[in-house]
Design a protein around this ligand. Structure first.
Ligand SMILES: C[S@@+](CC[C@H](N)C(=O)[O-])C[C@H]1O[C@@H](n2cnc3c(N)ncnc32)[C@H](O)[C@@H]1O
Length: 282
């Protein structure tokens, strides 16, 4: 049975135990929003950390996040990620949220996008991007720009941005943007920038495992999505040991009222996974 290795520090639980953290948040310590440079000196990666990935006819090259994590620890640069690694957990709520791993629903998103979703000329926002596989794919298939966001700055600097640069020519990255920080802070920032184009397409994969963060995630979608745009939420139908999943999220979307949702992709190969399409109700 799949479940997150999930560490609830407040309760003193050990990673890997079953925890429904539906009401728990650690708000005061959330990181502020930070903008990261995408272009600059050549990316310093090690050959052994590179993994070729061929998906939907697209050849790409991605960093192995586990190996990057080990390197950062050796160099004393792992920050909050080191705490998760030492505790052998994929997640510490509001500290490290799993961005160094490439999760399977991001592949589902690419499969879905490649089957006809219009990408040419689109502005794309990927929330909780981690390795940013869907964002990279969108750029390779003609998207005008991507904005990528992750909770942890170490993920953006040492995984997300290198992955963009490994796959996409510099000239195509000039209009792109990389941000770290919590979704609440991101929503505030995007709303404070009315002149910037909003995204035609908001993507997010494996980000609805924890109910407590859904209002912040929906706020970020609302702030980032252009009128007439669409958001695709790829996730498992149920996250054992954590409590989130697509069925419960659909209900939360309904109660929130800003979006309607429909299932546009479903697979039962392995764990049951889906993609929800969200559009504005007004
Ligand atoms: C399980 S990982 C999935 C990573 C990637 N999307 C994938 O599918 O491979 C969850 C992602 O959501 C982000 N995340 C979770 N909670 C967040 C929050 N409150 N604010 C911003 N990002 C958050 C994490 O940083 C992490 O990258």
């Amino acid at each position: 049975m799949f479940k997150f290795g999930f560490c609830d520090e407040e309760k003193g639980d050990l990673p890997g135990q079953d925890i429904d953290n539906a009401s728990g948040t650690c708000g005061p310590n959330r990181p502020a929003l930070q903008e990261h440079a995408i272009l600059g000196p050549p990316v310093s990666t090690q050959e052994s950390e590179l993994v070729p990935l061929s998906l939907c006819g697209q050849k790409m090259l991605f960093l192995n996040g586990d190996l990057v994590m080990l390197r950062l620890q050796r160099q004393g640069m792992a920050g909050d990620l080191g705490r998760a690694s030492e505790a052998h957990t994929d997640l510490i709520p509001d500290v490290y949220e799993g961005g160094m791993k490439l999760w399977e629903c991001s592949r589902d998103l690419v499969t879905f996008l490649s089957a006809g979703e219009p990408l040419e000329g689109r502005h794309v926002l990927e929330l909780g991007c981690g390795a940013a596989l869907p964002a990279v794919f969108c750029l390779l298939r003609g998207a005008a720009s991507v904005t990528v966001q992750d909770y942890n700055r170490e993920v953006i600097d040492h995984l997300t941005v290198p992955n963009l640069r490994l796959n996409v020519p510099e000239s195509r990255l000039a209009g792109c943007r990389a941000l770290s920080g919590d979704w609440a802070a991101l929503a505030d920032r995007l709303r404070a920038e009315p002149g910037r184009p909003r995204a035609h397409l908001v993507l997010t994969s494996e980000t609805i495992y924890r109910r407590a963060s859904w209002p912040r995630l929906l706020d970020a979608v609302d702030a980032g999505l252009a009128d007439g745009g669409t958001a695709l939420v790829a996730a498992k139908t149920f996250y054992f040991g954590v409590g989130g999943g697509t069925r419960a999220f659909e209900q939360a979307v309904l109660e929130d009222g800003r979006f309607s949702s429909e299932v546009v992709f479903s697979t039962k190969q392995g764990l049951h996974r889906e993609i929800l399409r969200l559009v504005r109700t007004t």
